[in-house]
Design a protein around this ligand. Structure first.
Ligand SMILES: Cc1ncc(COP(=O)(O)O)c(C=O)c1O
Length: 457
């Protein structure tokens, strides 16, 4: 600070006061319930008064921030005071959303939590993992250990890391099998990655046990928690270092937004990278790799997401109840070979799901919720599955999920089509698998559509 002029130092001091106020507001909101946080985030009365009194977070569409003078600019561009500078780096509307996401993901967690928004879920998977692959002469032979039960885009991204960067990719075929994780993680592992529940297999993971294995080898444990959302599961509470979401899904349920987020606790575990990266990974990627690569979210998309996010808990409650009813119906239909849903007692990961997933701020039977996503195998193979899929009359055929409207897809020919033949086997995909994202329609109408589609099998 000594090398800055007195006037620059005055701006730095102003910035310190802004951060102190934000920190006070964060502490205050941490004492509120999940729904209250989802509705208000950090946008309080003082924020409203600074924005023409607007009770709703405004959309700031301007590309750049005007500065008082060169001293103000110097302090801001040196990241020595809160500022948004230029909309590729950040923006006030994105900041409101980031603060809400950090508070929701950190709900019940005793420590600092920070969020960084990206222009898509895949950009979040990329930025949430890429920094761990930096060159480090002390660790010349990097490997990554990841659950093969993951979204097709993540599967192909990690395959790209292996093909283009000489990183050894070690897939865990059965993410419930701790001996498989233990056998694959070693001192050269740069990061350990899991998706829970997984798209489309709904596979689950013993988060605490895998986090312990990763940490013992000096590697961070990164969880893609898109399908659960913090309304059902908060992996930071169980030892995860980073949580990634495709915000495009049920967080922005209306279907107008593609977005992603990387959320970090402070002092993550990593054997590579600067201290600044370990201290606050989300801020680090905002200030450096994201700034330089530029996969930025549009402020209007952030505003639409802020709006949908307010009802996350109650929507999750309804869609989880409907999904359970639909899963039970499918399980009783003779045209269905098997149903994958974490809330079904016969599901292989049921006990693990019960340990980690529950509706936030609920208790007893009201807390037993397992999300809106399920998948089922149609008896009669690929042709029969395609027939059932083609007969759907209300449930949309689309590569999408987390919507207010029910949507179905056949992963083998859509979300996971780009995975090569032998890798499809590693990922555990079957051609007769239909993935169903249950929306907010009445369960009777969803079941009626499925019943008529399955009736010819
Ligand atoms: C679990 C999961 N992670 C990441 C992604 C990628 O997100 P986006 O489509 O927002 O890039 C998806 C998309 O389907 C997903 O299901």
């Amino acid at each position: 600070m000594d090398s800055y002029s007195l006037s620059v130092q005055a701006y730095i001091e102003q910035g310190r006061q802004i951060m102190e106020r934000d920190q006070k507001q964060r502490s205050l909101m941490r004492g509120k319930k999940f729904d209250t946080i989802a509705v208000h985030g950090l946008y309080d009365m003082q924020s409203a008064l600074a924005n023409q009194g607007s009770i709703i977070e405004p959309a700031f569409l301007s590309t750049a921030q005007h500065f008082d003078n060169s001293d103000h600019m110097e302090a801001a561009l040196a990241y020595l005071m809160p500022a948004w500078i230029y909309a590729r780096v950040t923006n006030p509307t994105l900041h409101y959303l980031e603060e809400t996401l950090a508070l929701l993901e950190g709900y019940g967690f005793d420590g600092e939590v920070t969020a960084h928004l990206t222009g898509s879920g895949m950009a979040a998977v990329f930025l949430g993992t890429n920094s761990f692959l930096m060159n480090d002469p002390a660790h010349p032979k990097p490997n990554i250990v990841a659950s093969a039960r993951c979204y097709g885009g993540t599967f192909t991204l990690f395959t790209r890391y292996a093909n283009e960067r000489g990183v050894e990719l070690r897939w865990v075929r059965d993410p419930l099998d701790l001996t498989e994780w233990a056998a694959k993680i070693d001192d050269e592992t740069r990061f350990v990655f899991g998706e829970m529940p997984a798209n489309p297999s709904l596979a689950v993971i013993d988060i605490k046990a895998v986090a312990d294995l990763a940490h013992a080898a000096g590697a961070p444990f990164i969880i893609d928690s898109t399908i659960a959302t913090p309304a059902l599961m908060r992996p930071l509470l169980h030892g995860a270092d980073l949580v990634i979401h495709s915000v495009s899904k049920s967080m922005a349920t209306s279907g107008f937004v593609i977005a992603g987020v990387v959320i970090s606790r402070s002092n993550i575990i990593s054997k590579v990278g600067p201290d600044e990266m370990r201290l606050n990974y989300a801020n680090y990627i905002k200030g450096y790799p994201h700034r330089d690569m530029g996969p930025t979210l549009n402020p209007l998309s952030a505003l639409l997401t802020i709006n949908d996010l307010r009802t996350l808990r109650s929507r999750t409650d309804i869609s989880s109840r409907t999904a359970m009813t639909v899963a039970q119906y499918l399980g009783s239909n003779p045209a269905v070979e098997s149903v994958q849903y974490p809330g079904l007692p016969g599901f292989p990961g049921y006990e693990t799901a019960v340990r980690y997933m529950e509706l936030v701020d609920a208790s007893g039977s009201e807390a037993a919720r397992f999300g809106y996503l399920l998948s089922f195998n149609v008896r009669g193979g690929a042709a029969a599955a395609r027939q059932v899929f083609d007969r759907l009359q209300m449930i949309f055929r689309a590569t999408d999920l987390g919507r207010v409207k029910s949507v179905a897809t056949i992963p083998m020919i859509s979300t996971h089509q780009q995975i090569s033949g032998s890798d499809k086997d590693i990922a555990g995909l079957q051609p007769n698998l239909i993935r169903l994202s249950v929306g907010l329609e009445h369960p009777d109408d969803i079941i009626a559509d499925l019943a008529q589609a399955l009736s010819l099998v």
